[in-house]
Design a protein. Structure first.
Length: 624
């Protein structure tokens, strides 16, 4: 390799002190030679020198990162980075050399960020390139470097985020097209960061601040544009802000109150992007800005905005938590809640949207609790069956929301969220048209694999049946005649027996698994007993439970096999006195009691049927 001459060294103002480290001296030689070859137009040699420069920096950074506690190695890394910064900051350095080095140095020096005092120097080096090189080139270089450093450590991406926030403001042409390339790279890098386990030098709030700076830079570019391009860039900024809102909310591991300042600043972008709380919570604004930005064939681009729907709901939740946040978004929560409480379609849309945060695995229970409280506030009036045609289109999203609420009931760590979630489940079901409510409950039962949840749902079914009976008792003869002409939806149908059979005789065959499914079995037996007694007492048979075929089926296929199973388990545990046996006995005792009562009732009804049939045969013979 050609050695740097005295003229090149003096031109770059790199006076060589006698006590410089060998690694620093070697670095100076490579930089000087690289600069000379670039100025001379020797492409082949300059490429070889650039590769040697990168290898030199890689070896130093690897050694420093391997021994982070070694003060001497850290000092060497600092000296090397300072040498690079002095080199690229020299007023006499050729712009062509700076442009050429900008393609490799940012990525190479970023590997030093975990080493002691190196972070600030790395940031200064990248800033130097940003302020002196072509914005368009630096945008591409920084995005490539950021994509290369996709990692769970905040340190690695911090300098590039800082550089991008500055270079975005310097873009001169094709603003929207270039920023559209930057946004997914930034979001994917932020999404890859593990905020909880991060132990680097860059604090999470610093990284959030850099994400905010990028939003501010995009906003400043919007001021330079007008017409359709301005509208599209605002839409892109809106998607970016919602994704950041979700990422920040997921990463928060501290008190909610300490998050308010950041969320307030972020919320100021919402009105600028034309986003309202009503539009966010119903999803209409999200559809509008997404359609404005994302084409149908851009699946990869859609993936980087995977959290925008949770982000939309969280934007509203933060506004409900803090008046300061709502004011920053130029919103009034009371107006929003009144609108949702009085407009059922919008309420259904909001409930469907909220499933995205209720089922968001990474979100804290604190924020999910606030989401439940918010939904309890807006779920005002009971459903009207006149809305049935609208309901059909929202049924899938409502079903998903109810399933998300179920997950909170099952897995919430504290009692209060579980109780509130169960209250919400009942309110959401009451908001569904009565004609569709049974189908929704049945779907929830069929798709649940939690015996305790199935038990709760069956109890809700029984509650609906009881309420329906109470309503019928207060009806007049005129109303009964009208009901016969125009029958109303009812829970008292043969479908009830199908639900009972689903638990007592599972589709996969055989009796249920005990004691694991004892909650569901007990609830199913109680429902069957209630239906049997109510139909017998009222001399009705809406469900068909009193028909001979159904009595025989329930007796032979549900109750007797279950009795055999229960008695077998009980007899096996009579000689065991460990805690498991005691727990099993406690779980099976109530099942056994209700089971035997159901058997008695069925046997009594079957004897009545046989007696009636025998009497009828006797009368028939006597008459002949």
């Amino acid at each position: 390799m050609e050695q740097a001459d005295d003229h090149c060294l003096s031109k770059l103002q790199l006076t060589q002190p006698s006590n410089a480290r060998p690694s620093v001296l070697r670095l100076r030689e490579i930089l000087a030679a690289c600069s000379k070859s670039i100025e001379n137009g020797d492409t082949h040699q300059s490429e070889a020198l650039e590769s040697e420069l990168v290898n030199c920096l890689d070896s130093i950074s690897e050694a420093a990162e391997t021994e982070l506690d070694n003060g001497d190695i850290e000092s060497e890394a600092v000296e090397v980075l300072n040498e690079i910064y002095q080199f690229i900051s020299s007023p006499s350095l050729d712009q062509g050399t700076l442009d050429t080095l900008s393609f490799d140095l940012p990525k190479a020096v970023s590997k030093f960020v975990r080493v002691g005092r190196c972070l600030d120097i790395v940031d200064n080096i990248i800033d130097r390139f940003v302020t002196t090189c072509s914005p368009r080139d630096m945008l591409s270089i920084l995005c490539e470097a950021l994509d290369f450093q996709m990692t769970k450590a905040t340190n690695y991406i911090a300098p590039f985020l800082s550089g991008l926030s500055r270079v975005i403001r310097s873009i001169q042409k094709r603003h929207f097209e270039q920023i559209k390339v930057v946004v997914p790279v930034v979001l994917n890098a932020l999404k890859a960061v593990d905020f909880e386990t991060n132990d680097g030098d860059v604090k999470c709030d610093t990284l959030h601040g850099q994400a905010m700076d990028i939003a501010s830079s995009i906003q400043s570019v919007c001021a330079k544009l007008d017409g359709k391009v301005n509208e599209k860039l605002r839409s892109l900024l809106g998607l970016y802000v919602l994704q950041i809102m979700a990422l920040f909310s997921v990463s928060m591991s501290y008190k909610v109150s300490s998050c308010i300042p950041f969320v307030s600043k972020l919320s100021r972008f919402l009105p600028f992007c034309g986003l309202s709380y009503a539009g966010l919570i119903t999803g209409s604004d999200i559809d509008a800005i997404s359609d404005n930005i994302i084409r149908e064939d851009e699946d990869d681009y859609i993936a980087c905005f995977s959290y925008i729907k949770p982000g939309a709901c969280l934007s509203v939740i933060w506004g409900d938590i803090s008046e300061e946040v709502a004011q920053a978004a130029e919103e009034k929560m009371s107006v929003l809640k009144d609108e949702l409480a009085t407009k059922q379609t919008e309420r259904w849309q909001a409930i469907g949207m909220f499933r995205h945060i209720l089922s968001f695995a990474g979100l804290s229970w604190k924020l999910k609790k606030h989401a439940i409280d918010f939904l309890l506030c807006i779920n005002g009036s009971e459903s009207l069956d006149g809305e049935q045609s609208d309901y059909i289109s929202y049924m899938p999203s409502l079903f998903a929301a109810l399933q998300a609420v179920q997950m909170i009931i099952i897995y919430a760590q504290d009692t209060t969220p579980r109780k509130n979630a169960f209250s919400l489940l009942k309110k959401l079901l009451a908001d569904i048209p009565y004609s569709e409510r049974f189908d929704m409950l049945r779907a929830l039962i069929v798709n649940s694999d939690s015996p305790s949840m199935i038990a709760l749902l069956l109890d809700l079914v029984k509650g609906e049946m009881y309420a329906e009976i109470c309503r019928k008792k207060v009806g007049t003869d005129v109303q009964q005649i009208d009901a016969e002409a125009h029958p109303k939806p009812s829970f008292w149908t043969a479908s009830i027996l199908e639900l009972v059979e689903l638990v007592l005789r599972p589709p996969k065959g055989g009796p249920p698994v005990l004691p694991e499914q004892s909650d569901a079995v007990l609830s199913a037996l109680n429902l069957y007993r209630y239906v049997l007694i109510t139909e017998a007492t009222g001399n009705t048979n809406y469900t068909g439970v009193l028909s001979k075929s159904n009595l025989q089926k329930s007796y032979n296929e549900w109750l007797l096999p279950l009795r055999t199973l229960v008695t077998g388990i009980v007899s096996e545990n009579k000689t065991d006195y460990d805690q498991l046996a005691v727990d099993m006995e406690c779980a099976l005792n109530p099942v056994e009691l209700v089971l035997y009562r159901c058997i008695e009732l069925v046997e009594e009804k079957m004897r009545g049927i046989f007696t009636t049939a025998r009497d009828m045969v006797g009368k028939s013979l006597n008459s002949t």
